[in-house]
Write a protein that binds this ligand. Structure first.
Ligand code: NOJ
Length: 519
């Protein structure tokens, strides 16, 4: 009996697009869906398998689209539904899958559901959101803290003399998933997009949708954390099973990757729910791990021991919520190159964040240009496509300043330079696509000297080795392991492009990472 083929999302590399910042064709300084469509050729050339589009739905933009006022439309800033359909069809024609960002925990306060819910205690949609009477002292119903503000996760509504819950901004009221009509309405949203042909969803803060019925206080010692990083109610799992059943009822391996913002791999692992929960879950401890071999060794083992028994891992170094990893790791490009080798060779599904393949750093945002309530503007700077003054945008003044060195660090300049980090990403993606071991193979961490890591990937007789030097000193990797010694292995991809096609020398240069294949 042959094994069933692995679903696409296990061997795929996904690429996150933050539409506001990707490419502007309309001339208003904000990226749009047409900008994504026009660059599909480039994404195909790069070799990614799927794109994840951050929200493009109608939104007042208090949280730049994570405050949705209509789940089944396209904000005019980004285009039209017809343009979305065209983008989807043209992506599919290039074998690029498309997943959407679905925001189930909260809507915008301008969403008609909330407007109606807020209209009075006897509104038919009152129970669609989380309304509570004041505490005996007239204050918020519990001690939960919202994200970013360090302030209560509740806003008082004087006309109805009740508070509503919002784990993020007051403009983002939490939906009440204990209300069956909410579950039904949100399932309908998924059906709307699945019927149009999308391949799945990235589910925003999915660990928040279930909440304890009595909304108990958080322990006082945890009150420096927003409740959004603590909520882990068992009722969420049944809700996710409902989502899984819905996706699995469609053909074509529709997939959901959940953002589980709990900084503990063992907690994240539970959201796979023995094959009945999320297909994939983001596990963020590695995202917040420093560039040190010992720390990464621990993270890789942790994923092996806690995530893998439950489901297929994911790996992320950058996204629209955190400083870009090149900046986080100290700014050196050679280190960002080594990180690319790590990200694209670990066992699991990697997620790239648009612009990391150019080695972009965070933009420096002057105070008068800061717009995000969560202080995340730097990583959301626009993608430079060309060296010209407008960098390929239909506007010279995009909504955020350009990232550093946009004259050099743009797609046009790097495509014409085979030594660029962009070409490194492309070579890595190509190497991955051609190796079952890199896509799906077993992984074993092997002994390495301090400051370096090495691991093998094996599937049947396909084998690869990965060596990463996390330090800026040269590291000798002894000739002992594997059985017949390192020296017989050939450098398939080198983070600095040096020595590809040559036998491995036994030495890793500063910040160097190598992908080896048997000689
Ligand atoms: C997580 C998203 O990634 C972030 O950008 C957003 O602000 C919050 N969820 C709230 O939706």
């Amino acid at each position: 009996m042959t094994e069933p083929a692995a679903p696409w999302w296990k061997s795929a590399v996904l690429y996150q697009i933050y539409p506001r910042s990707f490419a502007d064709t309309g001339g208003d300084g904000v990226g749009d869906l047409e900008g994504v469509r026009r660059h599909l050729d480039h994404l195909e050339w790069l070799g990614i398998d799927a794109i994840w589009l951050s929200p493009f739905y109608p939104s007042p933009m208090a949280d730049f689209g994570y405050d949705v006022s209509d789940y089944c439309g396209v904000d005019p800033l980004f285009g039209t539904l017809e343009e979305f359909d065209r983008l989807l069809a043209e992506a599919h024609a290039r074998n690029i899958r498309v997943i959407l960002d679905w925001v189930p925990n909260h809507t915008s306060d301008q969403h008609p559901w909330f407007v109606e819910s807020r209209s009075g205690r006897d509104s038919p949609k009152r129970n669609w959101y989380v309304w509570r009477d004041p505490a005996p002292d007239g204050g918020p119903p519990n001690n939960w803290i919202r994200a970013w503000g360090g302030t209560p996760a509740w806003t008082f509504d004087p006309p109805s003399d009740q508070w509503y819950l919002h784990l993020f901004l007051p403009e983002q009221p939490d939906l009440n998933w204990r209300e069956p009509a909410v579950v039904e309405a949100m399932h309908d949203v998924l059906r709307f997009w699945l019927d149009r042909g999308v391949d799945g969803f990235r589910m925003d803060v999915i660990h928040l949708i279930g909440k304890a019925a009595d909304l108990p206080d958080d322990p006082p010692e945890l009150l420096s954390n927003p409740h959004s990083s603590l909520n882990d109610d068992p009722s969420t799992h049944a809700l996710i099973r409902g989502l899984r059943d819905l996706l699995d009822s469609y053909d074509g391996d529709r997939m959901m990757v959940g953002e589980v913002f709990l900084l503990d791999a063992a907690l994240v692992a539970r959201y796979y729910d023995a094959g009945q929960g999320l297909h994939l879950a983001f596990n963020f401890p590695p995202l917040f791990t420093r560039w040190r071999a010992d720390k990464w060794h621990k993270r890789i083992e942790e994923v092996r021991d806690t995530i893998e028994p439950n489901g297929w891992p994911t790996w992320v170094l950058s996204n629209h919520d955190v400083q870009r990893h090149r900046t986080r790791y100290g700014g050196s490009e050679s280190r960002a190159r080594a990180a690319a080798v790590l990200l694209l060779t670990l066992r699991g599904t990697p997620f790239l964040y648009a612009g990391e393949e150019l080695g972009l750093e965070d933009a420096v945002i002057p105070q008068d240009r800061q717009v995000d309530p969560g202080g995340r503007d730097g990583c959301r700077a626009p993608i430079p496509w060309t060296s010209g003054r407008d960098h390929g945008w239909a506007s010279t003044e995009p909504w955020l300043p350009w990232p550093p060195e946009a004259d050099l660090r743009n797609v046009e300049a790097q495509r014409s330079d085979e030594r660029s980090i962009l070409h490194l990403y492309r070579r890595l993606l190509g190497a991955r696509r051609r190796s079952g071991a890199l896509q799906l193979g077993q992984q074993i961490l092997l002994d390495a000297p301090g400051g370096a890591l090495c691991w093998s990937r094996t599937l049947d007789d396909d084998q690869r080795l990965v060596l990463v030097n996390f330090t800026d000193a040269t590291v000798e990797l002894p000739a002992a392991p594997p059985p017949d010694g390192w020296q017989r292995w050939i450098v398939q991809v080198a983070s600095d492009g040096q020595g590809e096609g040559q036998p491995y020398s036994g030495t890793l240069g500063p910040d160097q990472a190598l992908l080896l294949r048997p000689g």
